[in-house]
Design a protein. Structure first.
Length: 302
């Protein structure tokens, strides 16, 4: 199976899980139909589902079947989708197009978009805390609590939300150094990607060195993901990306690429790909799909 087929297979499993869950919610909460519709619109609209892929693949290193890991993958994707909805709002990036369609506040309205984001954030923790598979033994209960705490930290003020706050403040700071931008990106983009990789280790009861190896992999992939995103903002095709490009340059915003230059950024991107692949050495051939994922991140065009 090629990497793309594997990515699509995991995406479809995650999408089905979320679609079923959301359609059950629509039936239960028909009084809040616009909210439920907006949540569905935000989640079931394509997207690479790269973070769920990382959860399912890292879990599979420990023989955890995709069906067992999918609640964690879906919870993480719900948080990622919420962050995109809120990031697109007029008070943040003010974007009109996401995944090739009008953003949630354009398709619905601003208040509904805010609530849909809130609904998806809390849905993630509902999924993680009520997943039956995670409850069958005391050991699994401990892993479930650990996942909840890790995801809360990765998504919250000391992770993605904190990174977004620093990113907003950075818009008016013209003295930013490379280290400052790296820190912002580590939090804003890297924290959820690193969580995705550590989650597989937690689900699989990994030994400490295996868990460390997957955290390192996640950190390298996260950094590569952001450099690739900055490069796509300059060199990418808006139609393929399903969103506007050249936003950072127009806003005069410092990015990893604007501070390093395109050539150096591409070298660092290659280094991150290599370091990510090296970190997988404890897993041997079992990590083939994760090796391909590192390549995909560094060379993606969407
Ligand atoms: C509003 C709390 C809050 C956080 C926003 C995720 C984020 C933080 C902002 C999005 C802005 C952005 C372009 C970040 C760069 C990396 C990124 C998250 C890109 C989008 O992720 P993909 O490429 O998107 O995985 P798909 O659509 O494939 O899911």
């Amino acid at each position: 199976m090629t990497f793309t087929q594997r990515l699509e297979q995991h995406a479809s499993l995650t999408s089905s899980f979320l679609a079923e869950l959301l359609s059950a919610k629509v039936k239960q909460h028909s009084h809040a139909k616009a909210l439920c519709d907006a949540m569905e619109y935000a989640v079931l609209n394509g997207g690479k589902r790269f973070r769920p892929f990382l959860v399912l693949e890292t879990a599979s290193l420990f023989e955890i079947a995709p069906e067992k890991a999918v609640p964690v993958a879906a919870a993480l994707e719900a948080i990622h989708c919420y962050s995109l909805v809120h990031d697109d709002l007029p008070a943040m990036d003010d974007d009109k197009l996401r995944r090739g369609r009008p953003t949630v506040h354009i398709a619905f309205d601003e208040a509904t978009a805010i609530l849909a984001g809130d609904g998806l954030l809390t849905l993630a923790f509902e999924i993680l805390s009520s997943s039956q598979d995670n409850k069958v033994s005391q050991e699994n209960s401990a892993r479930q609590c650990e996942l909840i705490a890790l995801l809360a930290k990765a998504a919250g003020w000391a992770g993605m939300v904190g990174g977004q706050a620093l990113d907003l403040a950075a818009e008016t700071d013209h003295n930013l150094k490379l280290r400052d931008v790296e820190r912002i990106q580590e939090l804003k983009t890297g924290a959820l990607i690193t969580f995705a990789c550590e989650a597989g280790a937690v689900l699989g009861g990994a030994k400490p060195p295996e868990r460390e190896a997957l955290i390192t992999y996640g950190q390298c992939i996260g950094r590569a993901f952001q450099i690739a995103d900055d490069l796509l903002d300059i060199e990418g095709d808006p139609e393929k990306l399903g969103k506007a490009t050249e936003k950072d340059g127009t806003a005069g915003k410092a990015t990893l690429v604007s501070l390093m230059g395109v050539e150096k950024a591409k070298l660092v991107l290659n280094d991150m790909e290599m370091l990510a692949i090296e970190s997988l050495s404890p897993f041997g051939d079992k990590a083939q799909h994760l090796i391909e994922a590192a390549h995909f991140v560094a060379h993606r065009d969407y």
